[in-house]
Design a protein around this ligand. Structure first.
Ligand SMILES: C[S@@+](CC[C@H](N)C(=O)[O-])C[C@H]1O[C@@H](n2cnc3c(N)ncnc32)[C@H](O)[C@@H]1O
Length: 375
Protein backbone atom coordinates (compact mmCIF):
# COMPACT_ATOMS: atom_id res chain seq x y z
CA UNK A 1 0.00 0.00 0.00
CA UNK A 2 1.44 3.36 -0.97
CA UNK A 3 0.94 6.85 0.27
CA UNK A 4 -2.01 7.13 2.59
CA UNK A 5 -1.83 10.86 2.89
CA UNK A 6 -5.36 11.35 1.58
CA UNK A 7 -6.73 9.79 4.73
CA UNK A 8 -4.90 12.12 7.03
CA UNK A 9 -6.16 15.09 8.95
CA UNK A 10 -2.98 17.08 8.84
CA UNK A 11 -2.91 18.75 5.43
CA UNK A 12 -2.97 22.49 5.42
CA UNK A 13 -6.46 23.49 4.38
CA UNK A 14 -7.00 26.10 1.68
CA UNK A 15 -8.61 29.28 2.90
CA UNK A 16 -12.37 28.63 3.12
CA UNK A 17 -14.57 30.89 1.01
CA UNK A 18 -16.21 33.72 2.93
CA UNK A 19 -19.76 32.73 3.91
CA UNK A 20 -22.49 34.75 2.28
CA UNK A 21 -23.68 37.55 4.54
CA UNK A 22 -26.95 36.62 6.17
CA UNK A 23 -29.06 38.92 8.31
CA UNK A 24 -29.86 37.59 11.78
CA UNK A 25 -33.45 36.67 12.48
CA UNK A 26 -35.09 39.92 13.48
CA UNK A 27 -38.52 39.13 14.86
CA UNK A 28 -41.76 39.17 12.89
CA UNK A 29 -42.27 35.75 11.35
CA UNK A 30 -41.18 33.00 13.76
CA UNK A 31 -38.13 31.00 12.67
CA UNK A 32 -38.95 28.06 10.43
CA UNK A 33 -38.07 24.63 11.85
CA UNK A 34 -35.71 22.55 9.82
CA UNK A 35 -37.24 19.80 7.71
CA UNK A 36 -35.08 16.74 7.21
CA UNK A 37 -33.17 16.86 3.94
CA UNK A 38 -35.34 19.64 2.55
CA UNK A 39 -32.56 21.82 1.20
CA UNK A 40 -30.68 18.82 -0.14
CA UNK A 41 -33.80 17.55 -1.92
CA UNK A 42 -34.39 20.92 -3.45
CA UNK A 43 -30.89 21.17 -4.85
CA UNK A 44 -30.50 17.70 -6.32
CA UNK A 45 -28.52 14.50 -5.85
CA UNK A 46 -25.05 15.97 -5.48
CA UNK A 47 -26.13 18.79 -3.18
CA UNK A 48 -24.35 19.39 0.09
CA UNK A 49 -26.13 19.16 3.42
CA UNK A 50 -28.88 21.71 4.16
CA UNK A 51 -27.50 25.14 4.97
CA UNK A 52 -27.85 26.00 8.65
CA UNK A 53 -30.84 28.16 9.54
CA UNK A 54 -30.39 31.18 11.74
CA UNK A 55 -32.29 29.67 14.69
CA UNK A 56 -32.45 25.92 14.05
CA UNK A 57 -33.50 25.12 17.63
CA UNK A 58 -36.04 26.74 19.89
CA UNK A 59 -34.00 27.36 23.07
CA UNK A 60 -37.06 26.91 25.29
CA UNK A 61 -37.27 23.31 24.13
CA UNK A 62 -33.76 22.77 25.47
CA UNK A 63 -34.09 24.44 28.84
CA UNK A 64 -35.91 21.79 30.91
CA UNK A 65 -33.74 18.98 29.64
CA UNK A 66 -30.53 20.90 30.26
CA UNK A 67 -31.32 21.41 33.95
CA UNK A 68 -32.46 17.80 34.35
CA UNK A 69 -29.47 15.82 33.27
CA UNK A 70 -26.85 17.67 31.31
CA UNK A 71 -24.49 19.38 33.72
CA UNK A 72 -21.57 19.72 31.27
CA UNK A 73 -19.20 18.06 33.71
CA UNK A 74 -16.25 16.67 31.74
CA UNK A 75 -15.78 12.93 31.88
CA UNK A 76 -12.14 11.94 31.68
CA UNK A 77 -12.07 8.72 29.70
CA UNK A 78 -8.86 6.79 29.95
CA UNK A 79 -7.35 4.00 27.89
CA UNK A 80 -4.47 2.24 29.64
CA UNK A 81 -3.18 0.14 26.76
CA UNK A 82 -3.83 -3.49 25.89
CA UNK A 83 -1.71 -6.55 25.04
CA UNK A 84 -0.62 -5.14 21.72
CA UNK A 85 -0.36 -1.47 22.62
CA UNK A 86 1.43 0.58 25.30
CA UNK A 87 2.45 4.18 25.75
CA UNK A 88 5.92 3.53 27.17
CA UNK A 89 7.05 7.10 27.80
CA UNK A 90 6.49 10.66 26.65
CA UNK A 91 8.00 14.11 26.99
CA UNK A 92 9.81 16.91 25.21
CA UNK A 93 7.18 16.94 22.48
CA UNK A 94 7.47 13.24 21.62
CA UNK A 95 5.94 9.89 22.58
CA UNK A 96 7.42 6.39 22.66
CA UNK A 97 4.83 3.69 21.94
CA UNK A 98 4.72 -0.04 21.39
CA UNK A 99 2.50 -1.34 18.61
CA UNK A 100 2.68 -5.12 18.83
CA UNK A 101 6.40 -5.84 18.78
CA UNK A 102 7.32 -2.51 17.12
CA UNK A 103 8.54 0.47 19.15
CA UNK A 104 7.77 3.79 17.58
CA UNK A 105 8.77 7.39 18.37
CA UNK A 106 6.47 10.12 17.09
CA UNK A 107 5.96 13.85 17.69
CA UNK A 108 3.38 14.70 20.37
CA UNK A 109 2.67 18.33 21.06
CA UNK A 110 0.75 17.58 24.29
CA UNK A 111 3.83 16.02 25.95
CA UNK A 112 5.20 19.12 27.64
CA UNK A 113 6.95 17.25 30.45
CA UNK A 114 10.25 15.34 30.70
CA UNK A 115 10.73 11.74 29.52
CA UNK A 116 11.31 9.20 32.30
CA UNK A 117 13.16 6.55 30.35
CA UNK A 118 16.81 7.07 29.38
CA UNK A 119 17.69 8.56 26.01
CA UNK A 120 19.22 5.22 24.90
CA UNK A 121 15.85 3.51 25.33
CA UNK A 122 14.25 6.09 23.06
CA UNK A 123 17.06 5.89 20.53
CA UNK A 124 16.75 2.09 20.41
CA UNK A 125 13.12 2.31 19.20
CA UNK A 126 12.55 0.57 15.84
CA UNK A 127 11.04 3.51 13.98
CA UNK A 128 11.32 7.26 14.41
CA UNK A 129 9.06 9.66 12.63
CA UNK A 130 11.48 12.35 11.51
CA UNK A 131 9.12 14.46 9.46
CA UNK A 132 8.27 18.01 9.95
CA UNK A 133 7.00 18.43 13.49
CA UNK A 134 4.54 20.95 12.14
CA UNK A 135 1.07 19.51 11.62
CA UNK A 136 1.60 19.78 7.85
CA UNK A 137 4.01 17.97 5.57
CA UNK A 138 4.36 14.30 4.76
CA UNK A 139 7.48 13.66 6.82
CA UNK A 140 9.56 10.53 6.84
CA UNK A 141 10.51 7.58 9.06
CA UNK A 142 13.98 6.48 10.16
CA UNK A 143 14.44 2.82 11.07
CA UNK A 144 17.07 1.43 13.45
CA UNK A 145 16.65 -2.07 12.01
CA UNK A 146 15.15 -3.62 8.93
CA UNK A 147 11.39 -3.35 9.28
CA UNK A 148 8.61 -5.15 7.42
CA UNK A 149 6.21 -3.02 5.42
CA UNK A 150 3.33 -4.21 7.63
CA UNK A 151 3.03 -6.02 10.93
CA UNK A 152 0.09 -7.64 12.71
CA UNK A 153 -1.83 -6.40 15.74
CA UNK A 154 -4.95 -7.47 17.55
CA UNK A 155 -7.69 -5.90 19.65
CA UNK A 156 -10.35 -8.36 20.85
CA UNK A 157 -11.90 -9.88 17.71
CA UNK A 158 -10.17 -7.45 15.37
CA UNK A 159 -6.88 -8.51 13.83
CA UNK A 160 -5.30 -5.88 11.66
CA UNK A 161 -2.16 -4.71 9.90
CA UNK A 162 -0.15 -1.69 10.90
CA UNK A 163 2.12 0.22 8.52
CA UNK A 164 4.22 3.36 8.58
CA UNK A 165 2.17 5.96 6.75
CA UNK A 166 3.77 9.09 5.44
CA UNK A 167 1.64 11.17 7.79
CA UNK A 168 3.02 9.51 10.94
CA UNK A 169 -0.04 7.31 11.66
CA UNK A 170 0.09 3.51 11.80
CA UNK A 171 -3.48 2.47 10.96
CA UNK A 172 -4.88 2.47 14.47
CA UNK A 173 -5.75 5.19 16.96
CA UNK A 174 -5.28 3.06 20.08
CA UNK A 175 -7.11 5.39 22.48
CA UNK A 176 -10.31 4.65 20.52
CA UNK A 177 -10.35 1.31 22.36
CA UNK A 178 -12.18 3.12 25.19
CA UNK A 179 -15.05 3.94 22.81
CA UNK A 180 -14.95 0.46 21.25
CA UNK A 181 -15.45 -1.18 24.64
CA UNK A 182 -18.35 1.12 25.53
CA UNK A 183 -19.92 0.60 22.09
CA UNK A 184 -19.52 -3.17 22.30
CA UNK A 185 -21.44 -3.18 25.63
CA UNK A 186 -24.28 -1.07 24.19
CA UNK A 187 -24.60 -3.26 21.08
CA UNK A 188 -24.48 -6.49 23.07
CA UNK A 189 -27.21 -5.23 25.42
CA UNK A 190 -29.39 -4.32 22.45
CA UNK A 191 -28.73 -7.71 20.92
CA UNK A 192 -29.69 -9.47 24.16
CA UNK A 193 -32.96 -7.52 23.98
CA UNK A 194 -33.64 -8.99 20.53
CA UNK A 195 -32.39 -6.14 18.33
CA UNK A 196 -29.83 -6.13 15.53
CA UNK A 197 -28.64 -2.52 15.63
CA UNK A 198 -27.75 -0.75 12.39
CA UNK A 199 -24.56 1.25 12.89
CA UNK A 200 -23.17 3.97 10.63
CA UNK A 201 -19.42 4.56 10.93
CA UNK A 202 -18.49 7.87 9.28
CA UNK A 203 -14.83 8.69 8.50
CA UNK A 204 -14.20 5.04 9.37
CA UNK A 205 -10.48 4.87 8.41
CA UNK A 206 -9.10 1.29 8.65
CA UNK A 207 -12.36 -0.18 9.93
CA UNK A 208 -11.52 -1.29 13.45
CA UNK A 209 -14.66 0.20 15.03
CA UNK A 210 -16.70 -1.37 12.20
CA UNK A 211 -15.21 -4.81 12.87
CA UNK A 212 -15.77 -4.60 16.61
CA UNK A 213 -19.35 -3.37 16.16
CA UNK A 214 -20.12 -6.13 13.65
CA UNK A 215 -18.58 -8.74 15.91
CA UNK A 216 -20.76 -7.46 18.78
CA UNK A 217 -23.88 -7.99 16.64
CA UNK A 218 -24.41 -4.79 14.62
CA UNK A 219 -25.13 -4.45 10.91
CA UNK A 220 -22.52 -1.92 9.85
CA UNK A 221 -22.29 0.73 7.13
CA UNK A 222 -18.74 2.03 6.95
CA UNK A 223 -18.00 5.22 5.00
CA UNK A 224 -14.61 6.68 4.13
CA UNK A 225 -13.40 8.89 1.29
CA UNK A 226 -10.14 7.06 0.73
CA UNK A 227 -10.08 3.99 -1.52
CA UNK A 228 -6.86 2.94 0.15
CA UNK A 229 -8.30 3.06 3.64
CA UNK A 230 -11.36 1.09 2.47
CA UNK A 231 -9.04 -1.52 0.94
CA UNK A 232 -7.03 -1.62 4.18
CA UNK A 233 -10.24 -2.01 6.21
CA UNK A 234 -11.39 -4.92 4.01
CA UNK A 235 -8.00 -6.56 4.44
CA UNK A 236 -8.43 -6.16 8.19
CA UNK A 237 -11.85 -7.85 7.96
CA UNK A 238 -10.24 -10.80 6.18
CA UNK A 239 -7.35 -10.99 8.65
CA UNK A 240 -9.89 -11.02 11.49
CA UNK A 241 -11.77 -13.94 9.93
CA UNK A 242 -14.92 -11.80 9.99
CA UNK A 243 -15.77 -11.82 6.30
CA UNK A 244 -19.14 -13.41 7.09
CA UNK A 245 -20.30 -10.39 9.12
CA UNK A 246 -22.61 -7.77 7.56
CA UNK A 247 -20.43 -4.73 6.80
CA UNK A 248 -21.07 -2.47 3.80
CA UNK A 249 -17.81 -0.75 2.81
CA UNK A 250 -18.59 2.53 1.07
CA UNK A 251 -16.06 4.85 -0.51
CA UNK A 252 -17.79 8.21 -0.53
CA UNK A 253 -17.75 11.72 0.80
CA UNK A 254 -19.32 11.50 4.25
CA UNK A 255 -21.36 14.67 3.73
CA UNK A 256 -22.80 13.50 0.42
CA UNK A 257 -23.51 10.02 1.75
CA UNK A 258 -25.37 11.29 4.77
CA UNK A 259 -27.42 13.76 2.71
CA UNK A 260 -28.37 10.93 0.35
CA UNK A 261 -29.38 8.65 3.22
CA UNK A 262 -31.58 11.40 4.68
CA UNK A 263 -33.31 11.79 1.30
CA UNK A 264 -33.84 8.04 1.05
CA UNK A 265 -35.40 7.98 4.51
CA UNK A 266 -32.91 5.42 5.81
CA UNK A 267 -32.44 5.13 9.58
CA UNK A 268 -29.66 3.93 11.87
CA UNK A 269 -29.62 2.87 15.53
CA UNK A 270 -26.11 4.14 16.21
CA UNK A 271 -23.66 6.54 14.56
CA UNK A 272 -19.92 6.97 15.03
CA UNK A 273 -18.19 10.08 13.72
CA UNK A 274 -14.43 10.48 13.81
CA UNK A 275 -13.95 13.39 11.43
CA UNK A 276 -10.56 14.90 10.71
CA UNK A 277 -10.04 18.62 11.06
CA UNK A 278 -9.59 18.81 7.32
CA UNK A 279 -10.19 16.16 4.67
CA UNK A 280 -11.25 15.58 1.11
CA UNK A 281 -13.93 13.40 -0.43
CA UNK A 282 -13.17 11.07 -3.39
CA UNK A 283 -13.99 13.85 -5.83
CA UNK A 284 -12.10 16.53 -4.00
CA UNK A 285 -15.02 17.61 -1.81
CA UNK A 286 -13.61 19.66 1.04
CA UNK A 287 -14.33 18.74 4.65
CA UNK A 288 -13.60 21.46 7.21
CA UNK A 289 -14.53 20.39 10.72
CA UNK A 290 -15.51 23.77 12.10
CA UNK A 291 -17.45 24.76 9.02
CA UNK A 292 -19.25 21.51 8.21
CA UNK A 293 -19.78 19.70 11.51
CA UNK A 294 -23.01 21.44 12.61
CA UNK A 295 -24.87 20.52 9.40
CA UNK A 296 -23.39 17.02 9.52
CA UNK A 297 -24.71 16.51 13.07
CA UNK A 298 -28.16 17.79 12.10
CA UNK A 299 -28.27 15.32 9.23
CA UNK A 300 -27.13 12.53 11.56
CA UNK A 301 -29.93 13.41 13.96
CA UNK A 302 -32.38 12.91 11.09
CA UNK A 303 -30.81 9.53 10.38
CA UNK A 304 -31.23 8.21 13.92
CA UNK A 305 -34.20 5.88 14.44
CA UNK A 306 -36.77 6.99 17.06
CA UNK A 307 -35.45 4.34 19.47
CA UNK A 308 -31.78 4.86 18.55
CA UNK A 309 -29.06 3.72 20.91
CA UNK A 310 -26.19 6.19 20.64
CA UNK A 311 -24.07 8.62 18.67
CA UNK A 312 -20.38 9.16 19.44
CA UNK A 313 -18.35 12.08 18.09
CA UNK A 314 -14.56 12.20 18.51
CA UNK A 315 -12.57 15.29 17.62
CA UNK A 316 -8.80 15.45 17.46
CA UNK A 317 -8.66 19.24 17.18
CA UNK A 318 -7.14 19.48 20.65
CA UNK A 319 -6.97 23.25 20.61
CA UNK A 320 -10.74 23.35 21.06
CA UNK A 321 -12.76 22.58 24.18
CA UNK A 322 -14.89 19.48 24.67
CA UNK A 323 -17.58 21.94 25.77
CA UNK A 324 -17.84 23.43 22.28
CA UNK A 325 -18.81 20.08 20.80
CA UNK A 326 -21.04 19.23 23.79
CA UNK A 327 -23.04 22.44 23.32
CA UNK A 328 -23.34 21.82 19.59
CA UNK A 329 -24.69 18.29 20.04
CA UNK A 330 -26.96 19.49 22.89
CA UNK A 331 -28.48 21.97 20.47
CA UNK A 332 -28.82 19.48 17.64
CA UNK A 333 -30.30 16.71 19.80
CA UNK A 334 -32.35 19.15 21.90
CA UNK A 335 -35.73 17.78 20.88
CA UNK A 336 -34.70 14.13 21.11
CA UNK A 337 -34.30 13.67 24.87
CA UNK A 338 -31.68 11.15 25.86
CA UNK A 339 -28.47 11.93 27.66
CA UNK A 340 -25.21 13.64 26.75
CA UNK A 341 -21.78 12.91 28.15
CA UNK A 342 -18.54 14.52 27.03
CA UNK A 343 -14.95 15.06 27.95
CA UNK A 344 -11.43 14.20 26.95
CA UNK A 345 -9.90 10.90 25.96
CA UNK A 346 -6.50 10.03 27.42
CA UNK A 347 -3.89 7.36 27.02
CA UNK A 348 -2.45 6.36 30.39
CA UNK A 349 1.28 5.89 30.12
CA UNK A 350 2.94 2.77 31.53
CA UNK A 351 3.69 3.36 35.24
CA UNK A 352 6.96 5.08 36.06
CA UNK A 353 9.61 2.50 37.00
CA UNK A 354 9.14 1.42 40.64
CA UNK A 355 5.80 3.26 41.01
CA UNK A 356 2.18 2.91 40.02
CA UNK A 357 2.06 6.49 38.78
CA UNK A 358 0.71 6.80 35.25
CA UNK A 359 0.91 10.06 33.37
CA UNK A 360 -2.01 10.79 31.12
CA UNK A 361 -1.62 11.99 27.56
CA UNK A 362 -4.63 13.85 26.17
CA UNK A 363 -5.52 12.66 22.68
CA UNK A 364 -8.95 13.93 21.72
CA UNK A 365 -12.30 15.37 22.70
CA UNK A 366 -15.53 13.43 22.59
CA UNK A 367 -19.28 13.76 23.03
CA UNK A 368 -21.66 10.84 23.35
CA UNK A 369 -25.42 10.96 23.03
CA UNK A 370 -27.32 8.00 24.46
CA UNK A 371 -30.98 7.53 23.51
CA UNK A 372 -33.77 7.03 26.04
CA UNK A 373 -33.97 3.32 25.24
CA UNK A 374 -30.29 2.71 25.91
CA UNK A 375 -29.74 4.83 29.02
C1 LIG B 1 -7.66 9.33 9.99
S1 LIG B 1 -9.35 9.12 10.29
C2 LIG B 1 -9.70 9.95 11.70
C3 LIG B 1 -8.73 9.69 12.76
C4 LIG B 1 -8.53 10.80 13.68
N1 LIG B 1 -9.79 11.18 14.24
C5 LIG B 1 -7.89 12.00 13.08
O1 LIG B 1 -8.48 13.09 13.12
O2 LIG B 1 -6.79 11.91 12.59
C6 LIG B 1 -10.05 10.24 9.23
C7 LIG B 1 -10.64 9.52 8.06
O3 LIG B 1 -11.54 10.41 7.44
C8 LIG B 1 -11.48 10.16 6.06
N2 LIG B 1 -12.01 11.34 5.38
C9 LIG B 1 -11.44 12.55 5.23
N3 LIG B 1 -12.27 13.37 4.57
C10 LIG B 1 -13.40 12.67 4.30
C11 LIG B 1 -14.62 12.96 3.65
N4 LIG B 1 -14.86 14.15 3.11
N5 LIG B 1 -15.56 12.00 3.61
C12 LIG B 1 -15.33 10.77 4.13
N6 LIG B 1 -14.19 10.44 4.75
C13 LIG B 1 -13.22 11.37 4.84
C14 LIG B 1 -10.03 9.87 5.78
O4 LIG B 1 -9.88 9.13 4.59
C15 LIG B 1 -9.63 9.10 7.02
O5 LIG B 1 -9.69 7.71 6.83
Amino acid sequence: MGDLSRMDRTRRPPKPPKPAARPPHSGGRPPRREVAGEAARASGETAALPAPLVFPVDPTVLAPRRSAGDPLAPEMMEMAGWDDYALLDSGLGRKLERYGHVRVVRPEEQALWTPRLPAETWEAADAHFTGDVEEEGPGRWRFTRRMPETWPMRFEAARFSCRFTSFRHTGVFPEQAAHWRWMRGAIERAKAAGRRPRLLNLFGYTGLASLIAADAGAEVTHVDASKKSIAWARENQGESGLDHLPIRWICDDATKFVAREVRRGNRYDAILLDPPKYGRGPEGEVWQLFEHLPAMLRACRDLLAPDALFEILTVYAMRSSYASFHELLAEVMGTRGGRLASGELFIAEDPAPGTDVRRRLATSLWVRWTGEEAK
